[in-house]
Structures are given as C-alpha cells and as structure tokens.
Design a protein around this ligand. Structure first.
Ligand code: EPZ
Length: 449
C-alpha cells in the first residue's frame, strides 16, 4: 500500500456490484493479541486483519521484548515468554487506543506497569476512569503522574486478587480488561454491568480453551482464574468483523448496487438488518453471507445508537450517508460517544442536507454512555442529526476525521457524480483491510495516491 499523498481519488456515480469477503474483526484482534502475552507458550492467531492498528500493536509488543510476527498474511504468532519491559513508550501508546490493556499482561508478569494516557480515534474524550476503577478492584494501586502523563500501576500483593465488582456504566474494553485481569487471578471473580458486545465472546472463548473458566450470566461475567494459561488448540481463529459488514452494505445500497457480504451471520447484525428492511432495502440471508441490494425508493428512518444488542455506534456513519438517498427526514441520535459526527461537515460539502438538533432527553445520564460532567455540557454537544433526502451528491475535496467517518466519506464519494479527493487514507487503513482492492472488485473507480 504505497501512498505519497495519503489520499484516495474516487470517481463515483456507478452502482457497486459483486461480493466481498469480510476480514477478521479489528476489535477482537487487538485484544486477543494482547491476551496472547498472558500465556506460558507462543500462540498463533488466524483471520487477523492486516490493518494499521494491528501493525502498530505488533510494533508495541515487540518494543516490550516479546515477539509478535505475521506467519502468513492473516496469521500472527504471539510469544510473551521474552517480555522484558514494564513500561510502554509514549510514541507507540499514542498510536493505539487499546494500549492501556497492557496493564493485564504487565501486572501479571512484573507486578507493576507504566502506561501513558491512551490516544486513538478523535471521537470524544475517551477517558479510562472505568478501566482505572476495575484495576483498583483487582488490588492494583494506580496513580496518574501528571508530569509524565503516565499511569503508574503496582500490585498491592504478589499476585492479582480476584474481584467482585459492578461497573457504574458498561464499557466494552473495560470489560475485556477485567476478564484478562481475572483470568490469572488466584480465585473466582464476578464482574457485573459488563458490556455484551459479541467481540468479547472471542476473548472468553480463547481463555476458556486455555485453563480459565469464564461464563456470562445475564449482565455479569464469572471468571475462575488459572495458575497459568496454556492454549490447548493449534491455532485460534477470530470472528469476522461485524462492523465491516454494515459499511459494505451501505456501499451497495447507497450506490443503488448489489453486494454479497460473505462471512456475516444474521445474528451478528440483527438490528442493522431490521433497519435495512424497514427502509425498503433488499436483504437476502444466505448460507455463507448476506446480500444487500437496492430494490427501489428508500424510506427515511429514526435511529438511536445503543450498546449491544442494538444499532451499534460504529454503524451510524455508513447509515447516515445512506439516509441522504432516502425519501424524507431521517434522524440519528448517537448515545455512546460524544463527537462522533466528524463526517457531517464533509457530507455537507457534497451537497447533503444535514443539520444538528438537540434531542429531547428526560434522563441524560441514563441515555448517554459517556460521562456527563454537568447538564450544561450537553447543551453544547452535537449528539443528533436530521438528514433530509434524497439528494444527488456531487464530488468534492474531503478530509477524514476518524475511522468510521472515513468509511462514510468513501461511500459518499462512490455515490457522488464526478471525481473526489479524500485525504487521510491512513486513518481508514487503521480499521479496513485492503479497502481499495475490495471496492475495485465491486467496480469502484478508486485509486490510492
Ligand atoms: C470499543 O470502544 C470499540 N473499540 C469501539 O469501536 C466501539 O464503538 C465501542 O467499544 C462500543 O462497542 C475497541 O474495541 C478497540 P466503551 P471502547 O468503553 O471500549 C466512555 C471502532 O471504530 N467511557 O464501551 O472505548 C467512552 O468514552 C471503535 O472500531 C468513559 O467515559 O468503548 C464512550 O463514550 C470506535 N470512561 C462510552 O463510555 C471509561 O473509562 C462507551 O465506551 C470508558 C468508557
């Protein structure tokens, strides 16, 4: 993927047709590779997407003295035996959001860890207060050194103690951090008000095949720690990316095309399928995937993103651009992250009719997953948009703000007549494997420059 300008040029206006095979799930791969450092022997993971976030993560793992290498295009070997550093450097940590998850392997191995405040996409503040609280619940002392910007963690005892803890508000990666801490704790932990996203179930499956005993019980997870983790299989194959599926579904529907998305099952994206059927989009569930096709005028919709199960926050950008082609006024209310509408200004450049509005909320703290410091904070926030369609989009010069916004802008450029330039290809590469090759196979006129 050589690129001098870090941009894509897209000539849109043509229906995209054909089939794509989903890649492995980014939000599983990032965690299981870190969990691989908990093991006493090397572990090989398959169906790992070759995306920028994975490259960054593997650099980070190697910088700690452990081994992370691609054995084949989508299989990665992790060997934590030579792990030697308990501190993550700022450069590597600033590149990926999940750097704080290294607390688990570093505390298990050394009893201490120093990790900088995480970076990641620019979608909201993305604090880690819930992650710090779960560390403390497991008997870890954590201080924030405001001089260095590092969190410094130390075990109170010699091993991680089991915990019984309830998250005040659920957190996807916070739940995964809790599971990794508990997997080697000396006893049984019960964590409640956990996240229910299916990506977490791959991590549970991996650890259950390695000596831990983990079970979901409604909104709790019970974890019996093992003295050591030894993966009993040959290789661990991760699930497909259920966030990639709605993206390609929207490429197909927004351009009035017909795309077979291979590897996805109905269960993974139930609420997305329901939403597509409700607006009159074509959906055909087949044995090896789901076909999305344009079959006539699209109706408007009212979507509110929620935690799983529900309409996922990662799907709302690709949905928004699809709604620019629907008849009437559609709304999207984002409740998981603040500042997740980075694509709106870019779609407006292409002629989209989108405006922000203040939704009428009775209980803000219950409605939103992010921390609300004060009621006034919400007044200034942009959590909901109104989209009026249909609008024939035209070409433009566009800028990518974050990963899912990048995909949204690409969909718009493929739908718009004329040639568009999209800067920030590397941000899209963080989470979408081989996106221009996949789009070219669907007939898109896209090239990387
Ligand atoms: C994970 O983010 C995913 N990222 C996100 O995907 C996904 O959208 C999200 O879960 C919801 O499913 C990865 O798995 C790497 P949260 P995460 O903790 O764990 C706030 C993508 O594009 N919060 O459930 O960070 C937080 O800011 C990404 O692939 C705190 O305030 O999500 C957010 O507003 C985007 N303090 C909300 O809670 C905390 O300590 C939900 O966050 C933790 C979270």
């Amino acid at each position: 993927m050589e690129s001098t300008e870090d941009a894509f040029i897209v000539r849109g206006g043509k229906p995209l047709k054909g089939q794509i095979q989903l890649s492995g799930a980014k939000n599983v791969a990032l965690k299981v590779l870190i969990a691989g450092l908990l093991f006493d022997k090397p572990v090989t993971f398959k169906n790992i997407p070759h995306i920028k976030d994975i490259d960054e993560l593997m650099h980070l793992i190697n910088s700690l003295g452990a081994k992370a290498e691609f054995l084949e295009p989508n299989s990665v070997l992790i060997d934590g035996q030579s792990l030697s550093q308990d501190t993550i450097d700022l450069l590597h940590a600033s590149r990926i959001r999940v750097s704080f998850m290294f607390f688990a392997p570093l505390l298990h191995r050394f009893g201490r860890a120093k990790i900088p405040n995480p970076g990641g996409c620019r979608i909201g503040a993305r604090p880690i207060d819930r992650h710090i609280k779960i560390l403390q619940a497991f008997g870890v002392d954590v201080i924030y050194n405001s001089e260095t910007g590092y969190y410094e963690a130390k075990l109170q005892g010699t091993v991680i103690k089991p915990a019984t803890y309830t998250f005040e508000k659920s957190t996807h990666t916070g739940t995964e951090l809790a599971i990794m801490l508990a997997a080697l704790a000396d006893g049984e932990s019960v964590i409640s008000n956990v996240a229910l996203e299916p990506e977490i179930d791959d991590l549970i499956k991996l650890l259950n095949q390695s000596g831990a005993t983990i079970s979901r019980e409604n909104d709790s997870i019970r974890i019996k720690g093992a003295s050591k983790l030894h993966f009993s299989g040959e290789v661990f194959t991760i699930s497909v990316d259920r966030n990639e599926a709605p993206t390609y579904a929207s490429f197909g529907l927004t351009t009035r095309g017909d795309i077979m998305v291979k590897g996805i099952t109905e269960q993974d994206i139930k609420y997305f399928l329901e939403a597509v059927r409700n607006i009159g989009g074509g959906v055909e569930v087949e044995a090896d995937g789901i076909r999305f096709y344009y079959k006539g005028e699209l109706k408007s919709s009212e979507i509110t993103t929620t935690v799983h199960p529900g309409f996922m926050t990662d799907w709302q950008g690709p949905w928004a651009v699809l709604m620019t082609q629907a008849n009437g006024v559609s709304t999207i209310h984002e409740t998981i992250f603040e500042n997740r509408f980075g694509y709106v200004s870019e779609l407006q450049k292409l002629g989209a009719n989108i405006e922000f509005y203040q939704p009428d909320i009775t209980n803000q703290s219950e409605t939103y997953q992010f921390n609300i410091e004060n009621e006034e904070q919400l007044e200034s926030m942009q959590q909901a948009i109104r989209i009026t369609g249909p609008t024939k989009l035209h070409n433009g010069v566009l800028d990518v703000k974050d990963l899912r916004a990048g995909a949204t802008i690409l969909i718009a450029a493929c739908s718009a007549d004329g040639e568009s330039v999209i800067s920030g290809a590397s941000i899209i590469d963080r989470g979408y494997e081989d996106i221009e090759r996949k789009l070219q196979s669907l007939g898109a006129a896209i090239k990387r420059v």
